[in-house]
Design a protein around this ligand. Structure first.
Ligand code: SF4
Length: 218
């Protein structure tokens, strides 16, 4: 689901490719996107792990490749995955809450994902990703969208309740540099959560392991 040209897809990937062509032609937010629409997402129909992140940053907008930065290195470290598997679209799909770079705010941080995007596309995309068994909800926006019951509470409380959302959803903080202080204040995350996360991810990305129940949709 990268923006690079691909050979014709077959089977489930053909239907996915058709939907992706529709998404790439989307101009719903064109008037408010500072660099214009460029959806950044990836995955193939047989992917079993889905990473639902927030929105591409400027760098991902320019390259078309998500998590190709320090955030991605941290996320891959949490997951116990190298780049080869992480960017293998037949194993790992990446679908932000907002597909296009939303621009930066007055303080230089990224704006929130465009609210139009997930309601417009996510259900249709999930229907074309039928093999997904585990959805990682990465950051406040993904967690709030898929688990609306958590919106009224502090993010740390939602993250501390991570077991409540299994087996379909695994909630994670966003792995940007901001998370360093949070990790220092919440040692339980690396002590308790990361080993469980790595075990579940390793089981899912291994072709040798049989499929388990599908991840729930919103
Ligand atoms: S953010 Fe989503 S809805 Fe908006 S233009 Fe991009 S693909 Fe379309």
């Amino acid at each position: 689901m990268t923006d690079q040209p691909k050979p014709p897809a077959a089977g489930g990937d053909a239907a996915l490719a058709q939907l992706l062509a529709e998404i790439r032609a989307c101009t719903r937010c064109a008037a408010v996107l500072p660099l214009g629409p460029r959806p950044v997402l990836r995955g193939r129909a047989e992917a079993r792990l889905l990473i639902i992140s927030q929105a591409p940053g400027r760098r991902a907008h320019l390259s078309g490749l998500s998590f190709d930065d320090q955030s991605g290195e941290r996320l891959r470290g949490w997951l116990g995955l190298g780049r080869e598997i992480f960017y293998d679209e037949s194993r790992v799909a990446v679908m932000p809450v907002g597909f296009c770079y939303p621009g930066s705010d007055a303080r230089g941080g990224d704006r929130p994902p465009r609210p139009e995007c997930a309601p417009l596309w996510h259900q249709r995309l999930r229907a074309r990703l039928p093999a997904i068994e585990l959805c990682l909800l990465v950051g406040r926006h993904a967690i709030g969208y898929y688990l609306p019951q958590t919106r009224a509470q502090p993010l740390t409380r939602s993250l501390a309740r991570w077991r409540d959302f299994l087996p379909g959803f695994f909630v994670l903080p966003h792995p940007s540099w901001h998370v360093g202080r949070w990790l220092a204040d919440n040692r339980w995350f690396e002590r308790d959560v990361i080993p469980e996360l790595r075990a579940r991810v390793a089981a899912i990305v291994s072709p040798a392991n049989p499929r388990s129940a599908p991840c729930p949709r919103r």
